[in-house]
Every structure is written in structure tokens, then in C-alpha cells.
Design a protein around this ligand. Structure first.
Ligand code: AMP
Length: 144
């Protein structure tokens, strides 16, 4: 069952954390890594993931680490709003496949919303242009 199970050390985010797979990084510290989502649901969609954990989802994450983790998510959301001048921002995460989860290393989505612009589907579309993602990441990083 996707909600309960063993952590797979070869999941894509674990590989990104180990430097085995590339990502378009926004920032990192001892606790988290923030990077651009390669299948963005809107311009500027990014992710923040905790380091040094085998939590597959929020339910498995130690409560005493939630503060620093969500502080980082808030910091990233503020920087996204400042950098991209969006009209709203979704901060969300999914637990288990029926809830929409596809990567089983805890992550929070930061998804900017722009008035009158529809969201792209979750898990849909084509990968974004890396040059565009790098430019967005640089703007977000500068607004941190
Ligand atoms: P979820 O469906 O909530 O598990 O979210 C996983 C997210 O990771 C999706 O929004 C994917 O577009 C995104 N994603 C998958 N692979 C990568 C990757 N290599 N780099 C950046 N984002 C990714």
C-alpha cells in the first residue's frame, strides 16, 4: 500500500539529495533542499524536501522536525510570491497514491497561482525548459 511501506533509497528525490540526479536548485541548508518541479503545474512550481530522513510522507516525519521544515516551506512560498508576483500560492503535499503522491520521499509543493490562468494537471504535461526553470530559480533565490 502506497501510504504505508518501506522507504526506497532509490526514489528520485533520494537520488537528487545524493547528487546522483540533477535538479534546478533554489536553496539548501542542513535541513532542506528546494528545487524547481520539472513538470510544473504553473510557472514557478517548486518543491521543498527534508534531508536526512526516510519519511515517505508527512505521517512518517518526526513531529519535532516539522517546525524547521515548514519554516523553510513558508520561506520558499514568500520568495516565490515576491519573485514571481503571483496572485496566490498553493502550499500542499500528498500522502499515498490515491491522494496523488507519486514520489515517496516527503515533499511540499509551492504552486503559484495567477488570476485567470488555469493550473496544469498534476502529473501531466511535458517537462519544462531547463533554461526557463533556471531563470525562475535564480529569481526566487534572489528573493529569499
Ligand atoms: P507528488 O505527485 O506529490 O508525489 O509530486 C511529485 C512531484 O515531483 C511532481 O510534481 C513531479 O512533477 C515532480 N518531479 C518528478 N521528478 C522530478 C525531478 N526529477 N525533478 C523535479 N521534480 C520532479
Amino acid at each position: 500500500m502506497s501510504l504505508v511501506g518501506e522507504y526506497d533509497g532509490n526514489n528520485i528525490f533520494a537520488k537528487i539529495l545524493r547528487g546522483e540526479m540533477p535538479c534546478v536548485k533554489i536553496f539548501e541548508d542542513d535541513n532542506v533542499l528546494a528545487f524547481m518541479d520539472i513538470f510544473p503545474q504553473s510557472q514557478g512550481h517548486c518543491l521543498v524536501i527534508p534531508k536526512n530522513t526516510t519519511a515517505r510522507n508527512l505521517l512518517e516525519f518526526p513531529a519535532d522536525r516539522l517546525g524547521p521544515y515548514f519554516a523553510a516551506a513558508q520561506k520558499l512560498a514568500k520568495a516565490v510570491v515576491k519573485a514571481l508576483d503571483c496572485d496566490g500560492v498553493i502550499v500542499t503535499q500528498f500522502n499515498g497514491a490515491p491522494a496523488g503522491q507519486t514520489v515517496y520521499h516527503l515533499h511540499v509543493h509551492i504552486i503559484p497561482r495567477y488570476t485567470n490562468l488555469p493550473l496544469q494537471p498534476h502529473h501531466g504535461g511535458k517537462p519544462a525548459d531547463t533554461t526557463v526553470l533556471r531563470e525562475q530559480a535564480a529569481r526566487i533565490a534572489a528573493a529569499l
